[in-house]
Ligand binder design. Structure first.
Ligand SMILES: *Cc1c(COP(=O)(O)O)cnc(C)c1O
Length: 389
Protein backbone atom coordinates (compact mmCIF):
# COMPACT_ATOMS: atom_id res chain seq x y z
CA UNK A 1 0.00 0.00 0.00
CA UNK A 2 1.29 3.40 -0.94
CA UNK A 3 2.10 5.59 2.03
CA UNK A 4 0.15 8.75 2.64
CA UNK A 5 1.70 11.97 1.33
CA UNK A 6 2.07 13.39 4.84
CA UNK A 7 4.24 10.40 5.77
CA UNK A 8 6.09 10.47 2.48
CA UNK A 9 7.09 14.13 2.95
CA UNK A 10 8.73 13.26 6.27
CA UNK A 11 10.26 9.89 5.35
CA UNK A 12 11.15 10.70 1.75
CA UNK A 13 13.86 8.34 0.50
CA UNK A 14 15.94 10.94 -1.37
CA UNK A 15 19.44 11.54 0.03
CA UNK A 16 21.66 14.16 -1.60
CA UNK A 17 24.92 12.72 -2.91
CA UNK A 18 27.79 12.59 -0.43
CA UNK A 19 30.92 14.58 -1.06
CA UNK A 20 29.66 18.16 -1.01
CA UNK A 21 32.49 20.35 0.19
CA UNK A 22 32.77 24.13 0.54
CA UNK A 23 34.81 26.47 2.72
CA UNK A 24 31.62 27.73 4.39
CA UNK A 25 30.41 25.72 7.37
CA UNK A 26 26.96 24.18 6.99
CA UNK A 27 24.15 25.08 9.37
CA UNK A 28 22.94 21.93 11.11
CA UNK A 29 19.73 22.48 13.01
CA UNK A 30 18.24 19.80 15.23
CA UNK A 31 16.90 19.01 18.65
CA UNK A 32 16.58 15.26 17.95
CA UNK A 33 19.59 13.44 16.58
CA UNK A 34 18.80 10.04 15.08
CA UNK A 35 20.74 6.95 16.18
CA UNK A 36 21.27 4.14 13.68
CA UNK A 37 20.24 1.50 16.22
CA UNK A 38 19.62 0.96 19.92
CA UNK A 39 23.20 -0.09 20.54
CA UNK A 40 24.41 3.20 19.09
CA UNK A 41 22.00 5.10 21.32
CA UNK A 42 23.08 3.21 24.43
CA UNK A 43 26.76 3.74 23.74
CA UNK A 44 26.39 7.45 23.04
CA UNK A 45 29.31 9.56 24.23
CA UNK A 46 28.57 13.26 24.34
CA UNK A 47 31.65 14.10 26.39
CA UNK A 48 34.33 13.48 23.83
CA UNK A 49 32.58 14.84 20.77
CA UNK A 50 33.04 11.57 18.92
CA UNK A 51 29.37 11.54 17.93
CA UNK A 52 26.04 13.28 18.31
CA UNK A 53 23.39 12.71 20.95
CA UNK A 54 21.07 15.69 21.11
CA UNK A 55 21.02 19.12 19.48
CA UNK A 56 21.73 20.90 22.75
CA UNK A 57 24.93 18.89 23.21
CA UNK A 58 26.37 19.83 19.85
CA UNK A 59 26.04 19.64 16.08
CA UNK A 60 28.71 19.77 13.37
CA UNK A 61 28.14 23.56 13.26
CA UNK A 62 28.67 24.19 16.98
CA UNK A 63 31.54 21.68 17.25
CA UNK A 64 33.30 23.54 14.43
CA UNK A 65 32.82 26.92 16.08
CA UNK A 66 34.08 25.51 19.40
CA UNK A 67 37.23 24.24 17.69
CA UNK A 68 37.89 27.60 16.01
CA UNK A 69 37.31 29.64 19.17
CA UNK A 70 39.64 27.27 21.03
CA UNK A 71 42.23 27.94 18.31
CA UNK A 72 41.71 31.70 18.68
CA UNK A 73 42.31 31.52 22.43
CA UNK A 74 45.11 28.95 22.21
CA UNK A 75 42.94 26.56 24.24
CA UNK A 76 42.28 22.82 24.16
CA UNK A 77 38.55 23.06 24.89
CA UNK A 78 35.67 25.46 24.40
CA UNK A 79 32.05 25.59 25.57
CA UNK A 80 29.55 27.91 23.86
CA UNK A 81 26.78 29.73 25.69
CA UNK A 82 24.08 32.21 24.63
CA UNK A 83 25.90 35.39 25.78
CA UNK A 84 29.10 36.70 27.28
CA UNK A 85 27.35 37.17 30.59
CA UNK A 86 26.13 33.54 30.46
CA UNK A 87 29.78 32.52 30.02
CA UNK A 88 30.71 34.39 33.22
CA UNK A 89 27.76 32.76 34.99
CA UNK A 90 28.76 29.29 33.75
CA UNK A 91 32.29 29.64 35.11
CA UNK A 92 30.95 30.78 38.49
CA UNK A 93 28.36 27.98 38.62
CA UNK A 94 30.86 25.31 37.63
CA UNK A 95 33.63 26.32 39.98
CA UNK A 96 31.94 27.78 43.08
CA UNK A 97 29.75 26.35 45.81
CA UNK A 98 28.21 27.28 49.12
CA UNK A 99 30.77 28.81 51.49
CA UNK A 100 33.25 29.72 48.76
CA UNK A 101 34.54 33.21 48.14
CA UNK A 102 35.06 34.90 44.81
CA UNK A 103 37.37 37.86 44.12
CA UNK A 104 36.40 40.41 41.49
CA UNK A 105 38.48 43.31 40.20
CA UNK A 106 37.19 46.67 41.50
CA UNK A 107 36.64 47.83 37.90
CA UNK A 108 34.83 44.61 36.92
CA UNK A 109 32.33 44.43 34.05
CA UNK A 110 29.15 45.74 35.75
CA UNK A 111 26.77 42.81 35.19
CA UNK A 112 29.35 40.43 36.68
CA UNK A 113 29.23 42.47 39.89
CA UNK A 114 25.42 42.27 39.92
CA UNK A 115 25.50 38.48 39.46
CA UNK A 116 27.80 38.20 42.48
CA UNK A 117 25.66 40.55 44.57
CA UNK A 118 22.43 38.72 43.85
CA UNK A 119 22.43 35.07 42.65
CA UNK A 120 25.84 34.12 44.02
CA UNK A 121 25.08 35.75 47.39
CA UNK A 122 21.75 33.90 47.49
CA UNK A 123 23.55 30.61 46.87
CA UNK A 124 25.93 31.23 49.79
CA UNK A 125 28.89 32.36 47.69
CA UNK A 126 30.52 35.54 48.97
CA UNK A 127 32.62 38.01 47.00
CA UNK A 128 35.12 40.78 47.60
CA UNK A 129 36.74 43.33 45.33
CA UNK A 130 40.48 43.63 44.84
CA UNK A 131 42.43 46.48 43.26
CA UNK A 132 43.64 45.02 39.94
CA UNK A 133 46.38 47.67 39.77
CA UNK A 134 47.88 46.66 43.13
CA UNK A 135 49.09 43.07 42.70
CA UNK A 136 51.16 43.37 45.87
CA UNK A 137 47.94 43.68 47.89
CA UNK A 138 46.40 40.50 46.45
CA UNK A 139 48.08 37.84 48.66
CA UNK A 140 46.57 39.35 51.81
CA UNK A 141 43.10 39.01 50.28
CA UNK A 142 43.38 35.27 49.65
CA UNK A 143 41.86 33.14 52.36
CA UNK A 144 40.92 29.47 52.76
CA UNK A 145 37.51 30.17 51.19
CA UNK A 146 38.88 31.92 48.09
CA UNK A 147 38.21 29.60 45.13
CA UNK A 148 38.12 31.86 42.08
CA UNK A 149 39.60 35.18 40.95
CA UNK A 150 38.23 37.01 37.92
CA UNK A 151 40.68 38.99 35.81
CA UNK A 152 40.05 41.63 33.16
CA UNK A 153 42.69 43.23 30.99
CA UNK A 154 42.01 46.08 30.75
CA UNK A 155 38.94 46.96 32.81
CA UNK A 156 36.59 47.74 29.95
CA UNK A 157 35.59 51.23 31.10
CA UNK A 158 38.50 52.56 33.16
CA UNK A 159 40.91 50.90 30.70
CA UNK A 160 43.39 50.14 33.53
CA UNK A 161 45.70 47.36 32.35
CA UNK A 162 46.77 45.11 35.26
CA UNK A 163 49.93 43.05 35.69
CA UNK A 164 48.15 39.88 34.54
CA UNK A 165 51.06 37.42 34.87
CA UNK A 166 51.75 38.60 38.41
CA UNK A 167 48.08 38.34 39.50
CA UNK A 168 47.86 34.87 37.94
CA UNK A 169 51.16 33.80 39.52
CA UNK A 170 49.99 34.82 43.00
CA UNK A 171 46.70 32.93 42.55
CA UNK A 172 48.40 29.80 41.22
CA UNK A 173 50.92 29.76 44.08
CA UNK A 174 47.95 29.61 46.46
CA UNK A 175 46.00 27.05 44.45
CA UNK A 176 43.28 29.50 43.45
CA UNK A 177 41.77 29.23 39.95
CA UNK A 178 41.81 32.34 37.75
CA UNK A 179 39.29 33.18 35.03
CA UNK A 180 40.03 35.93 32.52
CA UNK A 181 37.38 37.95 30.72
CA UNK A 182 39.21 38.23 27.39
CA UNK A 183 36.57 40.16 25.48
CA UNK A 184 38.86 43.17 24.95
CA UNK A 185 41.88 41.16 23.80
CA UNK A 186 39.70 38.78 21.77
CA UNK A 187 42.54 36.24 21.60
CA UNK A 188 44.43 38.69 19.36
CA UNK A 189 46.08 41.32 21.57
CA UNK A 190 47.66 38.69 23.85
CA UNK A 191 47.17 35.05 24.81
CA UNK A 192 45.32 34.73 28.11
CA UNK A 193 46.62 31.25 28.94
CA UNK A 194 50.23 32.18 28.23
CA UNK A 195 49.83 35.04 30.71
CA UNK A 196 48.67 32.54 33.34
CA UNK A 197 44.86 32.36 33.31
CA UNK A 198 43.27 28.94 33.92
CA UNK A 199 39.96 29.75 32.23
CA UNK A 200 39.50 32.28 29.43
CA UNK A 201 36.04 33.57 28.68
CA UNK A 202 35.04 35.85 25.84
CA UNK A 203 31.88 37.66 24.77
CA UNK A 204 31.73 36.43 21.16
CA UNK A 205 29.09 39.13 20.84
CA UNK A 206 31.96 41.60 20.36
CA UNK A 207 34.92 40.89 18.07
CA UNK A 208 34.22 37.32 16.89
CA UNK A 209 30.73 38.39 15.77
CA UNK A 210 31.75 41.85 14.61
CA UNK A 211 28.31 42.52 13.20
CA UNK A 212 26.44 43.67 16.25
CA UNK A 213 23.76 41.14 15.34
CA UNK A 214 24.40 38.12 17.54
CA UNK A 215 24.89 37.40 21.25
CA UNK A 216 27.16 34.53 22.31
CA UNK A 217 29.86 33.63 24.80
CA UNK A 218 32.67 31.11 25.11
CA UNK A 219 34.49 29.46 27.98
CA UNK A 220 37.89 28.03 27.06
CA UNK A 221 40.34 25.88 28.99
CA UNK A 222 43.62 24.08 28.43
CA UNK A 223 43.27 21.78 31.42
CA UNK A 224 41.18 18.63 30.80
CA UNK A 225 39.86 18.29 34.36
CA UNK A 226 38.83 21.95 34.51
CA UNK A 227 37.08 21.59 31.16
CA UNK A 228 35.22 18.54 32.37
CA UNK A 229 33.82 20.42 35.35
CA UNK A 230 32.67 23.28 33.11
CA UNK A 231 31.34 20.92 30.44
CA UNK A 232 29.25 18.95 32.99
CA UNK A 233 27.71 22.11 34.43
CA UNK A 234 27.14 23.35 30.88
CA UNK A 235 25.16 20.21 30.06
CA UNK A 236 23.26 19.96 33.33
CA UNK A 237 22.11 23.58 33.16
CA UNK A 238 20.87 23.22 29.58
CA UNK A 239 23.26 25.63 27.88
CA UNK A 240 23.70 25.73 24.15
CA UNK A 241 23.62 28.04 21.13
CA UNK A 242 21.49 28.10 18.00
CA UNK A 243 23.04 26.88 14.75
CA UNK A 244 22.11 30.06 12.87
CA UNK A 245 23.88 32.15 15.49
CA UNK A 246 26.92 29.88 15.38
CA UNK A 247 27.00 30.28 11.61
CA UNK A 248 26.96 34.08 11.93
CA UNK A 249 30.02 33.95 14.17
CA UNK A 250 31.78 31.41 11.91
CA UNK A 251 31.16 33.72 8.96
CA UNK A 252 32.74 36.70 10.73
CA UNK A 253 35.58 34.87 12.41
CA UNK A 254 37.69 34.75 9.27
CA UNK A 255 38.00 38.56 9.25
CA UNK A 256 38.49 39.12 12.98
CA UNK A 257 42.16 40.09 12.78
CA UNK A 258 41.52 42.62 10.00
CA UNK A 259 38.63 44.18 11.88
CA UNK A 260 40.54 44.28 15.15
CA UNK A 261 43.48 46.06 13.50
CA UNK A 262 41.23 48.56 11.71
CA UNK A 263 39.35 49.53 14.87
CA UNK A 264 42.63 49.67 16.80
CA UNK A 265 44.11 52.12 14.32
CA UNK A 266 41.00 54.35 14.38
CA UNK A 267 40.84 54.17 18.18
CA UNK A 268 44.46 55.23 18.65
CA UNK A 269 44.15 58.10 16.17
CA UNK A 270 41.08 59.51 17.93
CA UNK A 271 42.48 58.91 21.43
CA UNK A 272 45.63 60.86 20.51
CA UNK A 273 43.64 63.67 18.96
CA UNK A 274 41.40 63.94 22.03
CA UNK A 275 44.42 63.93 24.35
CA UNK A 276 45.50 67.26 22.83
CA UNK A 277 42.12 68.91 23.34
CA UNK A 278 41.77 71.53 26.12
CA UNK A 279 38.41 70.10 27.32
CA UNK A 280 40.04 66.75 28.11
CA UNK A 281 42.09 66.11 31.27
CA UNK A 282 42.95 62.50 30.55
CA UNK A 283 42.56 59.84 27.89
CA UNK A 284 42.48 56.26 29.15
CA UNK A 285 43.79 53.94 26.44
CA UNK A 286 46.29 51.24 27.39
CA UNK A 287 48.46 51.90 24.33
CA UNK A 288 48.95 55.58 25.29
CA UNK A 289 51.89 56.46 27.52
CA UNK A 290 50.61 57.67 30.89
CA UNK A 291 47.46 55.54 30.77
CA UNK A 292 47.14 53.32 33.87
CA UNK A 293 49.05 50.07 33.33
CA UNK A 294 50.47 51.17 29.97
CA UNK A 295 53.72 49.39 30.86
CA UNK A 296 51.86 46.08 31.28
CA UNK A 297 50.08 46.53 27.96
CA UNK A 298 53.44 47.30 26.36
CA UNK A 299 55.07 44.24 27.90
CA UNK A 300 52.43 41.75 26.78
CA UNK A 301 50.35 43.11 23.92
CA UNK A 302 50.82 43.58 20.22
CA UNK A 303 47.53 45.38 19.60
CA UNK A 304 44.60 47.08 21.31
CA UNK A 305 40.84 47.08 20.86
CA UNK A 306 39.28 50.27 19.47
CA UNK A 307 38.08 51.21 22.92
CA UNK A 308 39.05 54.19 25.09
CA UNK A 309 37.65 56.47 27.75
CA UNK A 310 38.02 60.21 28.13
CA UNK A 311 37.90 62.26 31.32
CA UNK A 312 36.42 65.68 30.68
CA UNK A 313 37.50 68.48 33.01
CA UNK A 314 35.62 68.56 36.32
CA UNK A 315 34.87 72.25 35.74
CA UNK A 316 32.23 71.21 33.22
CA UNK A 317 28.74 70.26 34.36
CA UNK A 318 27.14 66.85 33.86
CA UNK A 319 24.62 68.63 31.62
CA UNK A 320 27.46 69.84 29.36
CA UNK A 321 28.93 66.35 29.10
CA UNK A 322 25.49 64.95 28.32
CA UNK A 323 25.06 67.67 25.67
CA UNK A 324 28.39 66.60 24.13
CA UNK A 325 27.26 62.97 23.96
CA UNK A 326 23.85 63.98 22.61
CA UNK A 327 25.56 66.25 20.09
CA UNK A 328 27.47 63.42 18.42
CA UNK A 329 25.97 62.21 15.16
CA UNK A 330 28.11 59.29 13.98
CA UNK A 331 28.88 57.94 17.47
CA UNK A 332 25.63 56.34 18.62
CA UNK A 333 24.71 56.08 22.30
CA UNK A 334 24.74 52.40 23.17
CA UNK A 335 26.46 49.53 24.96
CA UNK A 336 28.70 46.88 23.44
CA UNK A 337 31.54 47.34 20.94
CA UNK A 338 33.35 45.83 17.94
CA UNK A 339 30.43 46.23 15.54
CA UNK A 340 30.34 48.45 12.45
CA UNK A 341 29.01 51.52 14.27
CA UNK A 342 31.06 53.74 16.60
CA UNK A 343 29.49 53.97 20.05
CA UNK A 344 29.64 56.25 23.08
CA UNK A 345 28.48 55.90 26.71
CA UNK A 346 28.91 58.30 29.65
CA UNK A 347 29.66 56.50 32.95
CA UNK A 348 29.51 57.47 36.60
CA UNK A 349 33.05 56.94 37.94
CA UNK A 350 31.90 56.51 41.55
CA UNK A 351 29.81 53.47 40.60
CA UNK A 352 32.14 51.74 38.21
CA UNK A 353 35.42 52.07 40.11
CA UNK A 354 34.94 52.58 43.84
CA UNK A 355 38.13 53.83 45.46
CA UNK A 356 39.59 55.44 42.35
CA UNK A 357 39.83 59.19 42.89
CA UNK A 358 40.14 60.44 39.31
CA UNK A 359 38.61 63.85 38.74
CA UNK A 360 36.34 64.56 35.82
CA UNK A 361 33.49 63.11 33.82
CA UNK A 362 34.13 59.78 32.10
CA UNK A 363 32.88 59.04 28.61
CA UNK A 364 33.76 55.79 26.84
CA UNK A 365 34.10 55.47 23.09
CA UNK A 366 34.32 52.42 20.85
CA UNK A 367 35.29 52.75 17.23
CA UNK A 368 33.40 51.19 14.36
CA UNK A 369 34.38 51.07 10.71
CA UNK A 370 33.65 54.69 9.76
CA UNK A 371 36.49 56.82 8.33
CA UNK A 372 38.73 58.41 10.97
CA UNK A 373 38.39 61.91 9.49
CA UNK A 374 34.59 61.76 9.70
CA UNK A 375 34.65 60.53 13.30
CA UNK A 376 37.14 63.23 14.27
CA UNK A 377 34.97 65.92 12.64
CA UNK A 378 31.99 64.56 14.57
CA UNK A 379 33.91 64.82 17.86
CA UNK A 380 35.06 68.36 17.01
CA UNK A 381 31.58 69.67 16.27
CA UNK A 382 30.12 68.09 19.45
CA UNK A 383 32.96 69.54 21.56
CA UNK A 384 32.28 73.00 20.15
CA UNK A 385 28.55 72.58 20.69
CA UNK A 386 28.76 71.50 24.33
CA UNK A 387 31.82 73.17 25.85
CA UNK A 388 32.40 76.53 24.13
CA UNK A 389 30.24 78.79 26.21
C1 LIG B 1 29.93 42.62 26.47
C2 LIG B 1 30.78 42.09 27.54
C3 LIG B 1 30.41 40.97 28.29
C4 LIG B 1 29.07 40.30 28.12
O1 LIG B 1 28.75 39.92 26.84
P1 LIG B 1 27.22 39.79 26.38
O2 LIG B 1 27.28 38.87 25.23
O3 LIG B 1 26.76 41.17 26.04
O4 LIG B 1 26.46 39.22 27.54
C5 LIG B 1 31.28 40.51 29.24
N1 LIG B 1 32.45 41.12 29.48
C6 LIG B 1 32.84 42.20 28.79
C7 LIG B 1 34.15 42.82 29.10
C8 LIG B 1 32.01 42.73 27.81
O5 LIG B 1 32.39 43.80 27.14
Amino acid sequence: MARDLSTELIHHPYRPPAGFDAPQVAVHKASTVIFSDVAAMRSRDWRHKTGYTYGLHGTPTTFTLEARIAALEGAAHCALVPSGLAAIALVNQALLGQGDELLLPANVYGPSRELARHELARWGISHRFYDPMDAAALPAMLGPKTKLIWLEAPGSVTMEFPDLPELARIARARGVTTALDNTWGAGLAFNGFDLGADVVMQALTKFPSGGGDVLMGSVCTRDDALHERIHLTHMRTGQGVAANDAELVLRSLSTIALRYAAQDSTGRALAQWLQARPEVVRVLHPALAGSPGHEHWQAHCTAAAGLFSVLFDARFTVAQVDAFVDGLNLFKIGFSWAGPVSLVVPYDMALLRPGQAWQGHLVRFSTGFEAVADLQADLAQALALAFSS
